[in-house]
Design a protein around this ligand. Sequence first.
Ligand code: DP6
Length: 322
Amino acid sequence: MKATAIAHTNIALIKYWGKRDKTLILPANSSLSMTLDQFYTETTVEWSDAFMTDQFTLNGSRIEDTKVTRFLTILRQQFGMTEKAHVTSTNHVPTAAGLASSASAFAALALAASKAAGREDDDETLSRLARLGSGSASRSIFGDFALWQKGTDDTGIDSYAYPVVAPTELDLAMVVAVVDAGPKKIDSRLGMQSTVETSPYFEAWTATAEKDLLTIQDAFKANDFKIIGETVERNALSMHATTMAATPPFSYLKPASFAIMETVHALRENGIEAYFTMDAGPNVKVLCLTKDEQQVQTALASHTDQVYICHPGPKARVIAHD
Ligand code: DP6
């Protein structure tokens, strides 16, 4: 009853920011992401009735993680099992890059746990399961580009991700600039919750995000990189605006994040199509075409020595099992 799986991180081009149901992790809006080839989590799960407790080891150290423990309890309920689990995870991200993500973590855990339980869950089921660990993990079951539909049902049965067709004529890259590898001050789950409860901009955000999602899907089909990029950038800034209007107000962005945004605008003025996005931290990810990735990297390297060029990555997969 043991299996090992790998899942890659994903970066949302249209963000998930806000839940309509905290327990089932049902989002207020649908989102769309690119899975990255460079960063992933490898996780081994072993279920056994000989284990007295669940155990979680991350990067070689035993840790108590309430999100993982809670998720294992959910998985037991879903699988109709009583066995405890030993979970061993390694984050394959550059050392101290601050890019370890709950998306790759819970996607790898869901897949390894399912396989180790002897199940043959399809991708839709795995995405739904991963969602119960962390919302963005629903998208890391898939490679390339994935859309997490918010769903309408209260049970969460129709809230899962599925692959979307990449723009056929565009070779996309995402250049990641790490400006601060330290731990986040405000965890995304708490930040999201505070935004939902207190930000007067929250309703406007969900309406905008749904529109942005339609716009970017049309732009994917039309291979229109300008519209894709402008939508990505506007969507990220709209999300960050909601946090600045929350009570108490907060922001994940740092002076270095704004300096990089300026550099991205300067690149565009010089004819290089590059567009930024930021998540629940100060790092900036820049979407561009592969033909321009080196120039983007060089420009970002003036701000930080940690710049990584990523491309669309593979879907989650099992690499070993009993
Ligand atoms: C800003 O998926 O980490 O990265 O569902 O509470 O675990 P929980 O949140 P999480 O939030 C991700 C937020 C984001 C945007 C995104 O990935 O869509």
